[in-house]
Every structure is written in C-alpha cells, then in structure tokens.
Design a protein around this ligand. Structure first.
Ligand SMILES: Nc1nc2c(ncn2[C@@H]2O[C@H](COP(=O)(O)OP(=O)(O)OP(=O)(O)O)[C@@H](O)[C@H]2O)c(=O)[nH]1
Ligand SMILES: [Mg+2]
Length: 230
C-alpha cells in the first residue's frame, strides 16, 4: 500500500521478478498484481500490488474502492511504500494511515518502506528496528535495487513472527481440511497410521491456520497433536 507515485509497482516488480530471488525462489504469476513466491522458512506467500491512495479521497470514492481495498484488510503484513524524497512525505504517510484506519486495516502488522533513497545524497540503505528488535522500516531504492536484499530479509523476519508448525491427526471425516491445507501449500509431510488416519506436518501463518480450520469446521483441540509423533 502507499500514496500514489510512491513506487509500489516498481518495487513489486523488482522484488517478484528479480533474478536474484527468482534464481532460487519459485514465482508464478496469478494476476498482474498478484504473485506467488516461496519464502525460506515461511513457505508460499502471495504478494499483492495495490492502487495508490490519494489526498482528500472523497468519501464516495472510498466506498467505490472498498472492494479493491478489501485485499488490504486480508493481508498478513502490509508494506507501506513511501516516497522519502517527497516534500509532503509526512502528510502522505498520515493520509495513507487515515485511509487504512477507514477501511479497518490499521491493526495489520506493517513494515514501512522508505523508497527512492537514490534521490537522497549519499544515503545508505538500512533497516530500522523497534525496541523489540523487529524490523519496522526499510530504506531502499526500487530503481537501483539498493536495500532490496535487506528488505527481503526484513519481510521474512516479520512474517516468521506468526508462523505456526503443527502436526495434525486427520481421520476419514477430515478430507476437507486436508484438501484446504494442500491447496494452501502448507503440508510439509504426510504419514499414514495403521488405523487409516493420517498425520500431517503443516506450516503456515497462524491466521491462515485458524481460517482453514474454521472453513473446514474442525476444532483445533481435536486434531492437533501436542508433539511430533515418533
Ligand atoms: N528515483 C526513483 N524513482 C522511483 C523509484 N521507485 C519508483 N520510482 C519512480 O516513481 C514513479 C512512480 O512509480 P510507480 O511504481 O508507478 O508508483 P506507484 O506507487 O505504483 O504509483 P500508483 O500505482 O499510481 O499508486 C515512476 O516514475 C518510477 O520510475 C526509486 O526508487 N527511485
Ligand atoms: Mg502502481
């Protein structure tokens, strides 16, 4: 997300098609604004490019954009792309944060991306962290590529916060959950038990895990194993 002209699409294309990452990551295009990528220790994720926000978005327009922006509210991590060279940088940040609040996306974890550092004199790419040591801001240039490896690591670090790794025992009635987990690319291994049950090793974002359980109508305490089966 970000103010219009901040460099969101440039960054999106750069990250998702860069030969550096493409070499050992698997990218598949789903839609021009959606790309699937495989992140180390995280698994498959979908990255989305969004429409730019503008100042004084009329309330009617906010309504019209609501469907598009719903994608934003479904995100696990928002990258707020900011043109750090723009004289209205701080107003733009505030404006975007206001729109995020308006669409109910202000509680979603966010990483600020201060883009266009090539336009600042002698500025080195870097990551700023909060008191807990979490990356909260990346200084990069989508055009020159400076800082993008740091940003990539910061994204992985922020997503890893919320990843769960479970072993689940599925019986014949749990076919729907099994299918959903496979569809999400979350199954690391599958073992067949003597009684016909299966033990699946899964890894995914906690919020996706809870959502899949709910879609399948399965209670977590019934299927989740407390420890790795031996
Ligand atoms: N100098 C410089 N220019 C950049 C950088 N990133 C993007 N731009 C330029 O900024 C302009 C806007 O880039 P886009 O990627 O289209 O911006 P956007 O945020 O997707 O814009 P909207 O989709 O309209 O919201 C283009 O002219 C880019 O070439 C950067 O790191 N440095
Ligand atoms: Mg764009």
């Amino acid at each position: 997300v970000g103010y219009t002209n901040a460099g969101k699409s440039t960054l999106f294309n750069r990250i998702t098609t860069s030969s550096v990452y493409a070499a050992d990551q698997l990218f598949a295009t789903l839609d021009p604004t959606l790309r699937r990528l495989e992140l180390p220790d995280i698994g498959p994720v979908v990255m989305a490019d969004t429409v730019g926000f503008i100042r004084h978005l009329p309330h009617k327009l906010v309504e019209a954009f609501r469907a598009t922006l719903e994608e934003t509210t479904q995100a696990t991590l928002l990258l707020h792309v900011i043109d750090c060279h723009d004289s209205r940088r701080d107003e733009n940040i505030e404006q975007v944060e206001n729109v995020l609040a308006e669409i109910g996306a202000d509680e979603i974890p966010m990483l600020q991306v201060f883009n266009k550092i090539d336009l600042l004199d002698g500025f080195e790419p870097r990551i700023d962290r909060n008191e807990e040591g979490l990356p909260v801001r990346a200084w990069v240039s989508a055009v020159t590529g400076e800082g993008l490896p740091l940003l990539f690591d910061a994204i992985v670090e922020r997503l890893a916060e919320d990843v769960v790794h479970h072993f689940v025992r599925l019986g014949p009635a749990d076919g729907k959950l099994r299918a959903l987990l496979h569809e999400a690319g979350s199954v690391l291994s599958e073992e067949h038990c003597d009684n016909g049950d299966q033990v699946l090793e899964v890894r995914l974002q906690n919020r996706d895990w809870l959502q899949l359980l709910s879609r399948a109508g399965v209670r977590e305490d019934v299927i989740r194993l407390e420890s790795r089966p031996v």
